[in-house]
Design a protein around this ligand. Structure first.
Ligand SMILES: Cc1cc2nc3c(=O)[nH]c(=O)nc-3n(C[C@H](O)[C@H](O)[C@H](O)COP(=O)(O)O)c2cc1C
Length: 155
């Protein structure tokens, strides 16, 4: 019998569509890779089962008030304790859309991710202002890199 496909989970929140566009680009890139199932979930609809079923994780959020969005925080709040001991070292990366900064959102996610603990495996992407074609290309590359790493077992 063949092994079950590895699963990459993309959890995102978006209010005005920028992070959603980034998430879809990440998904496009990831789906170029054979042998990996990629699931795209809105943060408020994602839960423990999604997290525990994934072998790698991508988190996408706008920066709101110098922090990750409330919806992303809600996902992390709901899964943190129930996931304890079951996601140690889960490879993850972050993509952010911000008006002009993004570091507050990044720091807030990185701090909580160290608590699970997840393992950062790719540089974060921060889109400042408009989501350009260059940013979308970076997002596709991020998705493809994460899925390839998972497929080849290098994380
Ligand atoms: C309530 C609110 C708070 C925001 N706070 C920040 C902020 O602290 N720093 C920043 O750079 N941009 C901030 N922005 C701008 C958003 O991060 C930016 O418009 C982003 O592209 C929105 O992503 P979305 O289209 O996926 O919702 C804020 C936007 C809103 C609606």
């Amino acid at each position: 019998m063949s092994d079950p496909p590895k699963r990459l989970l993309i959890v995102y929140h978006s209010q005005t569509g920028h992070t959603h566009a980034m998430a879809k680009a990440v998904l496009r890139g990831a789906r170029r890779v054979q042998g990996v199932e990629t699931h795209l979930k809105m943060a408020l609809r994602a839960g423990l089962e999604d997290l525990l079923g994934a072998q790698a994780l991508l988190l996408g959020t706008p920066e709101n008030f110098g922090y990750m969005s409330g919806a992303m925080k809600n996902f992390l709040d709901r899964t943190y304790y129930p996931a304890q001991g079951q996601v140690n070292g889960l490879p993850y990366a972050v993509f952010i859309s911000a008006g002009n900064d993004g570091t507050g959102a990044l720091n807030s996610i990185e701090r909580i991710a160290r608590g699970y603990p997840f393992k950062p495996v790719c540089d974060p992407i921060i889109a400042r202002g408009d989501v350009t074609t260059g940013i979308l290309q970076q997002c596709e590359e991020l998705g493809e890199t994460m899925a390839s790493g998972l497929a080849w077992g290098i994380f």
